[in-house]
Ligand binder design. Structure first.
Ligand code: CA
Ligand code: CA
Length: 158
């Protein structure tokens, strides 16, 4: 009778251990599965500077600015429907080059260059370039951001 009870307790403990192990595996699987897997990358440059944090370059008000957006596939499958935007009104990135095999897909190893032009305005400004695409395995939409900063200075106030 006592052995039987012990057996029951042992089985119960084993069952709890197995359940806990399964839970652990499930949590791990969920963490890995939903974990942020970076597949698209972008670097936003202002006049060839990364300028990720303020103030960035000091540019005289009225001077021309060139923003460059380097978009790359950092995953291992092609990306389609690539869209590059800038959060600043009136700053519209335009595709320049990078689709080496001209198939409209951003493949691993390709870096697509987009460009926008504008004129420096007074004070501290931040442009956040956003790259978006569709990955080909799960058909998920993927995106990434990168900022550039500049400070527009009035003549005589440097
Ligand atoms: Ca940047
Ligand atoms: Ca391509």
């Amino acid at each position: 009778m006592k052995d039987y009870a012990m057996g029951r307790i042992m089985m119960k403990q084993n069952a709890i251990i197995i359940i806990m192990l399964l839970l652990g595996v499930a949590i791990l699987a969920i963490t890995v599965g939903s974990g942020y897997r970076l597949v698209i990358g972008i670097e936003t440059l202002i006049n060839d500077e990364e300028a990720d944090s303020p103030p960035g370059p000091y540019i005289p008000v009225g001077d021309k600015i060139v923003w460059t957006y380097e978009v790359k596939n950092v995953g291992d499958t092609p990306l389609s429907n690539i869209l590059v935007t800038d959060n600043a009104p009136g700053v519209d990135p335009i595709y320049r080059s990078g689709d080496i095999n001209r198939n409209g897909l951003l493949e691993p190893g390709e870096i697509w260059i987009y460009e926008a032009r504008g004129v420096a305005e007074e004070g501290q400004h931040e442009n956040i370039g956003h790259a978006r695409g569709t990955e080909s395995v799960m058909n998920n939409s993927v995106g990434y951001d990168d900022p550039s900063n500049y400070f527009g200075v009035l003549p005589g106030r440097t």
